[in-house]
Write a protein that binds this ligand. Sequence first.
Ligand code: F6P
Length: 345
Amino acid sequence: MSAINKQKSKTIHVGLLTSGGDAPGMNAAIRAVVLAATANNINVTGFHHGYNGLIDNECSLLSPDDVQGIIRLGGTILKSARCQAMTEKSGINKAVDTLKHHEIDALIVIGGDGSFCGLQAIQNQWQGQTIGIPGTIDNDIDGTDYTIGFSTAVNTAIDAIDKIRDTANAFDRVFIVELMGRKSGHITFNVGISCAAEQVISFENFQPSEKQSTLNKLADNIKQSIVVNQASYLIVMAENLWPGGSQAFADELSAASKVDCTLCTLGYIQRGGSPVAKDRILATKMGVAAIQAIMQQQTDVMIGEQNNAMVSIPLAQTALHQKQVSQSLVDAQQNILAMTAQTDT
Ligand code: F6P
């Protein structure tokens, strides 16, 4: 490009928003996008409250000053939302109108698979570039080894459960800890193994049809542990799993074992807090890669990390299936349980 043409060429304008469940590290990704963009003479406008900011035209220009010191903050400075309007044509039209109004060239959305559906809907009606950055504690997005926020959520849950274990040990008590993950067991299995839970129950190793046999087996194990061995017993289980909910599971297990089984739902504590190093670094790499992808004219892609390398995955591919929990993790838990059972007998 000649010097004169370069002068005439328009500065690239990027739109940026965070959408869906917030995840620790989203701010680190915002920071990386803004700093990488600024270094390449690209402007960034942040839209507030997820896709609602696009629909309602609620936004502000982001400068390096705006992102100073945010790498250590949980939540998202842009705010987030689940946006029902983006499932309707009128909502998508309004979002596209706002993008055109601000002469946005590329839109970056940090969020989960639901947020990427919105991004694809925009892509279908808009000429600009669309880039997704996977940010969700659930780690359930295909095409990336890890999502932003997962590692922090796992560490937060481990920290909480280690404390629960102390009181469980003091009373030789049974605790059931319900963990987030929506419909997948990435958090449950990683946390369960890290906390040496006596049982991990998740989508990957439980079918509702096995409900009664699961209760019977657990009741036997609990009696052995609490009554005979006088040791605490910790069950880590996935949310949205047990028919009737986790409290129903606790009640049914208490009845079957004749031992009080106390439910502790960790809930939203898993979404908050300062991101751990792994999430800060992943978010930084992904934010920088998103700007590089825009400069390389890529569109309709999600930035991912596979085997320590940054990759661009077609957005449509990420929506095809949910990323599965690695079988080696499920097997490890299974083997450890088998060994514990042998030691107990
Ligand atoms: O996707 C993140 C997540 O925290 C899931 O683990 C959980 O099931 C869901 O969001 C909760 O959603 P909401 O914030 O809408 O209650």
